[in-house]
Design a protein around this ligand. Structure first.
Ligand code: SAM
Length: 326
């Protein structure tokens, strides 16, 4: 019999995220023709979860799209714990764009890191699906590395490994062409929360010390200590999921501080209620409210208060003020 380790359980959260995304896509919240290729058993999620998935996706997409449309040289993106994230393919297909303008021309290379168990499955799907494979630049030259665990393309690299062993990941990123000078956006969407504060700080420190023009965008849970937060933790614990970063970064102030302490600028953290109220435009709110009826407004506000987006930059060159989510 196979024993399910705590790493298996953490990897399992990727299926959860992918199923939730497909649910939001199927109901019309999000446009993404690719996520269905990564889901075996589609499941419809509750209106609250769909709304959460939509606003999270909106927030991170806005950051990605603004980052790529900044003037200057081509840019890199490094998605930490990318799972079955389809953002690269949506950028390349022009589905994720900036006011209708394509973003793919500003993309130098998109790196994705996750456990090898995950990257192997992802690489297999990309290999089997022409609609994915053909989006990679010079697709005929893309190499499959380490027995199927890595994909090494001209503008897309899938790297299998453990983020807790950052020296190994860093050297593999450099081997696959990470440029230390180019503007680079790092993404951690529901990922840092699963590793210890020491482990995530090691990654941030390395970026700070080794790279010139960087931006970071993070999405994860906050507020473990109120009644809703305690319930959230209890529910996850019953599934053996532990949020290791939650106590060290319990609120928006600490999420900003983790960047400021390392000398990053413009560090900002907001919760999902703020994204909804202040950054989502009226027409999107109207469109969303027509998709599903949301009766449990109070529960929605509570949930939204327990998820945050944080962003920061560390650069000598970024001159323009970056407003992140619009
Ligand atoms: N970022 C994706 C998204 O937002 O849809 C996936 C999120 S999923 C909740 C968390 C992901 O982080 C999983 O794919 C998991 O395998 C990955 N992950 C967690 N800890 C990791 C580690 N130590 N090394 C590599 N990947 C890790």
């Amino acid at each position: 019999d196979e024993v399910e380790t705590s790493d298996d359980i953490v990897r399992g959260t990727n299926d959860d995220a992918t199923v939730s995304r497909l649910s939001a896509v199927s109901l019309g919240y999000i446009q993404d023709p690719f996520v269905k290729l990564f889901v075996k058993k589609p499941t419809r999620r509750s209106p609250i979860i769909n709304r959460g998935t939509f606003i999270r996706s909106y927030a991170i997409d806005s950051i990605v799209s603004q980052f790529l449309s900044m003037p200057g040289p081509k840019k890199q993106i490094v998605a930490l714990g990318a799972g079955f994230d389809t953002r690269y393919f949506n950028i390349k297909a022009g589905i994720l764009n900036h006011d209708g303008n394509p973003l793919s021309e500003s993309l130098s290379k998109y790196f994705e890191i996750d456990f090898s168990e995950i990257t192997m499955k992802k690489a297999m799907t990309v290999k089997r699906r022409k609609e994915l494979w053909s989006l990679m630049a010079e697709a005929d030259q893309v190499k499959i590395g380490r027995g199927g665990m890595d994909l090494l393309g001209n503008d897309y690299c899938l790297v299998g490994g453990d983020l807790r062993n950052w020296p190994d990941i860093a050297s593999r990123l450099l081997e696959t062409g990470l440029d230390l000078e180019l503007p680079t956006l790092f993404l951690s969407e529901c990922v840092f929360i699963y590793i210890t504060p020491e482990e995530s700080n090691t990654i941030l420190k390395w970026i700070t010390e080794n790279m010139k023009n960087t931006m970071f965008a993070l999405y994860e849970q906050v507020k473990p200590d109120d009644a809703f937060g305690k319930m959230m933790i209890r529910n996850l614990k019953s599934r053996n999921i532990e949020l290791k970063g939650l106590q060290a970064f319990p609120d928006l102030m600490h999420q900003e501080k983790r960047f400021k302490d390392l000398g990053w600028e413009n560090a900002k953290a907001v919760d999902m209620n703020t994204i909804h109220d202040r950054y989502l435009n009226r027409s999107e709110i109207l469109r969303m409210s027509k998709l599903e009826i949301l009766d449990e407004l109070e529960e929605w506000h509570l949930l939204a208060a327990h998820y945050c987006v944080a962003w920061a930059m560390h650069s000598a060159d970024f001159s323009q003020e970056f407003n992140a989510v619009q």
